[in-house]
Design a protein around this ligand. Structure first.
Ligand code: GLA
Length: 370
């Protein structure tokens, strides 16, 4: 079997914007855009069809089937199309008797479903934790599907979605390659802040082969669809901060907006190659909060540079100080700084540097010791 998820998985997922309103045309159009508008080249290589893709009942053989109205051509055809664009394909199921949206779950059918998914060419399984039978043990249920996937004969990245406190301490033992660390994100600053800063301190559980998943991105959701309605939208500044935080924290990057309608400023956030390179850095060293500096994070990179994230959680503009003391360098070191959002060199600084950061905004600055 291949070593999967050696860096945080990247892709696009239907749920945040489309919820139940999914169909063949949406998936084909999104696959076309991912391949033609630079998303695949930037690293977003997996298209994931979330909940509500299946018919209400299993077929007479006991197999899951695609909803015949939303997906008249069947799942195999659709997956072949997505593969023809050079993308991987992800599907959703649940460890209980029903999915979170009330469609048939995989409980008691784990091997059957894993084999079916493998025969269709599925490359990624998001596996949820709703409707577990009373008294069942989540770790055992997740382990069952992990085992079934490994026995299926296909390399299928296993994405666990079970947001109990402390899940990051045990989920990797089920074979999962990523695991949600919190409940569902909403499209609002409060939610972005809660989930994003909630990941501070657990970075050591996340690394090659198994990642803390901060949830799908709401960048560009613009108050639309399910998570948009429950959050009512965020500003472009907040979306930029959200993306930068997910990158610095080494979270999987699963876009959740309607790519057919992405504005230039939203594409600019999602396709920032400097931030994506920080997220995908091969050394996979987790970020740490710089002691004594409020919301300044340092993530060492494989080429010896250090990426710093400066996050302003206040509503108003503040000056945030960046220091490389405690980050592995000495306070006396001279460091050339580069702005990873504006994509420009900032000059050489000694000891520390202070930058204005707008309310709910951020700066991401990469330092190279001279
Ligand atoms: C849960 C998950 C979401 C989404 C829905 C689908 O709430 O956390 O990400 O998959 O289920 O019903």
């Amino acid at each position: 079997m291949a070593k999967l998820a050696q860096t945080p998985p990247m892709g696009w997922n239907t749920w945040n914007t489309f919820c139940w309103n999914i169909d063949e045309a949406l998936i084909r159009e999104t696959a076309d855009i991912m391949a033609s508008e630079g998303y695949l080249d930037a690293g977003y290589d997996t298209l994931v069809l979330d909940d509500a893709w299946m018919a209400r009942q299993r077929d007479s053989d006991g197999n899951l089937t695609a909803d015949p109205v939303k997906f008249p051509g069947g799942m195999k055809n659709l997956i072949d199309y997505v593969h023809s664009k050079g993308l991987k394909f992800g599907l959703y199921s649940d460890s209980g008797t029903q999915t979170c949206a009330g469609f048939p779950g995989s409980f008691g059918n784990e091997r059957r479903d894993a084999n079916l998914f493998a025969s269709w060419g599925v490359d990624f399984l998001k596996y949820d934790g709703c409707y577990m039978t009373p008294g069942s043990n989540a770790e055992v249920l997740y382990r069952r599907m992990g085992q079934a996937l490994r026995e299926s004969g296909r390399d299928i990245l296993y994405s666990a979605c079970y947001s109990a406190d402390g899940v990051w301490t045990w989920m990797k033992k089920t074979g999962a390659h990523m695991w949600r660390i919190a409940g569902d994100i909403a499209d609002s600053w409060e939610s972005i802040e809660k989930v994003g800063f909630g990941a501070v301190g657990i970075g050591s559980y996340s690394g090659p082969g198994g990642w803390n998943d901060l949830d799908m991105l709401v960048v560009g959701v613009d108050g639309k669809g399910w998570v948009g309605e429950i959050g009512k939208g965020s500003t472009v500044t907040e979306y930029q901060t959200h993306f930068a935080l997910w990158c610095i924290m080494g979270s999987p990057l699963m876009m959740g907006n309607d790519l057919r309608k992405a504005s230039p400023e939203i594409k600019n956030i999602l396709l920032n190659k400097d931030l994506i390179a920080i997220n995908q850095d091969k050394a996979c060293v987790p970020a740490t909060r710089v002691p004594g500096y409020a919301e300044v994070f340092a993530k060492p990179l494989s080429d010896g540079r250090i990426a710093f994230g400066l996050f302003n959680r206040n509503k108003d503009r503040r000056s945030l100080a960046l220091s490389w003391d405690y980050s592995g360098w000495e306070i006396t070191d001279s460091v050339a700084l580069y702005d990873a959002i504006a994509h420009r060199e900032l000059g050489v600084y000694s000891g520390s540097a202070t930058f204005p950061v707008e309310g709910h905004g951020c700066r991401v600055i990469i330092g190279k010791r001279m």
